[in-house]
Design a protein around this ligand. Structure first.
Ligand code: CTP
Length: 409
C-alpha cells in the first residue's frame, strides 16, 4: 500500500461529537507522510478547538469565509485546488443537506462547491436522522454527483441510542484515503467473491443460532482485493461494519441465503470464504415463539446440516474458480486439521487460525498460517488489514506464476 508522501488532504470538520475522531484522522494522515489542511465549521468548533487541530496538523486552521487574511492568503478556491483529496469527517446531517442543495454560505460549503477534487464524506449522526428519508435522499444526490460516501457503522451511539450513524473509524478512513492513491492494480480484470461474517439460523421469530464472527477479516480481504483492482462481490452475514468502499456488498442472514447469493454471482476467478457459516440450522422453524413451560423439561432442538459453501464452490466443475481459498478456525491440532480440511473441501489454499488460545473474534489482529499444499507459511500475528493485504499479494503472485490470462470483463 502506498503512503501519503507528497499528498495534500483537505479535511473539513463539521459539527458532531465524532469531531474528536478528526484529530486521530489528522494524526494518521501525518503519520502516513501526508499533509493536512483543515476547515473547521462553526458547529465543529463546539466540539474541537482550532488550537488542537493546528497543533496536530502543523498548519493554520481555516474557519471563516469572510476572513480577509484567509481570503487574501489562501482563498476558498485555492484551499480545495491545492489539495489532492477532500474529506468531510464528520459529515453532519446539516452539512450533507446543504451540500446536496449547493448552499455555500460558509467557508466549508463554498470550498466544497468550488472543489474539482475527489470528495469523500464520512457521515456521523443519530440513527433516526441517518435513516430519515431526507438524509438518504441527500446522500443519494451527492453520490449521483460523484461524491463518495464512507458508510457509517452501527452500534451504540454517544446519544445513548443504538443503530446506524456512528462515523467510520479513523483507521478505516485512512485505509480508504490510501486506496485512492494506490495505483498498483495487478488484479484489475479479475472477479473475486468473498464471504464474511457469521450466519444467523432462526429457531423461532425471536431466537437464532449465531456465532461471534465480527466480519473484520472477511471485510478487510474484500477491501484489499478491491484496492488491488479486482471487481469484488462481498456476501456478508449480519455484522456491524460498514460496507467496504468500492465493493458490491450483498447482505444475507442464513447459510442457505449465503449459498444462494454465492451461486447467483457471475462465476468469479477468485473465491475467499472467510464467513463463519453456521454448520447447522434448526430442522423445524417454529413460526410462533417457543414458550417456556416450567412443568416440562427444556425443549431440545433438532438440527439439520447446512450446505458447505466452500466445498460447493471448490468442487470440480467447468465453472470452478481458478483459486478457491478457505479458512480453518480451530481450537486444537491447528495445522493438522486445517491441512485435512483443505483436502476434504478441495480448496486450493487454507488460512488456518487458532481461535482457541486468544481472543480472535472481534479482535483487530489475527495469527494465520497459509497452507497451499506445497508448503505452510506462518504469517505471525498482525492486523487483519495487513493479513488481507498479504493475501492479495499472494493471490497476485499466484496468477503471475501460473500465467493465467486475465478474465475478460
Ligand atoms: N464453510 C462454508 N460453509 C459451511 C461451513 C464452513 O463455506 N457450511 C467454510 C468457511 O467459510 C471456512 C471453511 O469452510 O472457509 C472452514 O470453516 P470452519 O468453521 O473452520 O470448518 P467447518 O467446515 O465448519 O468444520 P468444523 O466446524 O467441524 O471445524
Amino acid at each position: 500500500m502506498t503512503d501519503l508522501k507528497d499528498k495534500k488532504i483537505l479535511l473539513v470538520i463539521s459539527g458532531g461529537i465524532a469531531a474528536y475522531k478528526a484529530l486521530e484522522i489528522i494524526r494518521l494522515i501525518r503519520k502516513a507522510g501526508g499533509t493536512v489542511q483543515c476547515i473547521l465549521t462553526k458547529g465543529g468548533e463546539q466540539f474541537v478547538t482550532p488550537l488542537s487541530i493546528s497543533a496536530l496538523s502543523e498548519n493554520p486552521v481555516y474557519t471563516d469565509l469572510f476572513s480577509l487574511k484567509d481570503e487574501t492568503e489562501m482563498g476558498h478556491l485555492r484551499l480545495s485546488r491545492e489539495s489532492d483529496l477532500v474529506i468531510v469527517a464528520p459529515a453532519s446531517a446539516d452539512i450533507i443537506a446543504k451540500m446536496a442543495c449547493g448552499i455555500s454560505d460558509n467557508l466549508a460549503l463554498a470550498t466544497l462547491l468550488a472543489s474539482n477534487k475527489p470528495i469523500f464524506i464520512a457521515p456521523a449522526m443519530n440513527p433516526v436522522m441517518w435513516e430519515n428519508p431526507v438524509t438518504q435522499d441527500n446522500i443519494a444526490k451527492l453520490q449521483a454527483r460523484g461524491i463518495m460516501q464512507i458508510a457509517p457503522c452501527s452500534g451504540a451511539m454517544a446519544c445513548g441510542e443504538t443503530g446506524t450513524g456512528r462515523m467510520a473509524e479513523p483507521e478505516d478512513i485512512l485505509e480508504i484515503i490510501l486506496e485512492q492513491f494506490h495505483t498498483y492494480k495487478p488484479l484489475s480484470g479479475y472477479k473475486a467473491l468473498v464471504t464474511s461474517g457469521p450466519t444467523y439460523e432462526p429457531l423461532d421469530p425471536v431466537r437464532f443460532i449465531g456465532n461471534r464472527s465480527s466480519g473484520k477479516q472477511g471485510h478487510a480481504i474484500a477491501t484489499a482485493l478491491a484496492a488491488f483492482g479486482a471487481k469484488v462481490t462481498l456476501i456478508t452475514g449480519p455484522v456491524s461494519l460498514p460496507d467496504p468502499f468500492g465493493v458490491e456488498t450483498i447482505h444475507v442472514e442464513t447459510a442457505h441465503e449465503m449459498m444462494l447469493a454465492c451461486l447467483a454471482v457471475r462465476p468469479p476467478d477468485i473465491v475467499v470464504c472467510a464467513a463463519a457459516v453456521s454448520d447447522w440450522a434448526a430442522d423445524i422453524f417454529s413460526s410462533g415463539k417457543i414458550k417456556k413451560d416450567r412443568k416440562q423439561k427444556p425443549p431440545s432442538i433438532a438440527l439439520k446440516e447446512n450446505p458447505d459453501i466452500l466445498a460447493m464452490l471448490a468442487a470440480p466443475s467447468p465453472h470452478r474458480p481458478q483459486l478457491v481459498i478457505g479458512f480453518a478456525a480451530e481450537t486444537e491440532n491447528l495445522l493438522e486439521t486445517a491441512t485435512r480440511k483443505r483436502l476434504e473441501k478441495k480448496c486450493d489454499w487454507i488460512l488456518a487460525n487458532d481461535v482457541g488460545t486468544e481472543k480472535i473474534f472481534g479482535a483487530d489482529e489475527n495469527h494465520v498460517y497459509l497452507i497451499t499444499g506445497k508448503d505452510t507459511e506462518d504469517w505471525g500475528k498482525q492486523s487483519k488489514h495487513l493479513i488481507a493485504q498479504k493475501l492479495a499479494e499472494n493471490i497476485t503472485a499466484y496468477f503471475k506464476s501460473t500465467d493465467i490470462q486475465i478474465a475478460a470483463e
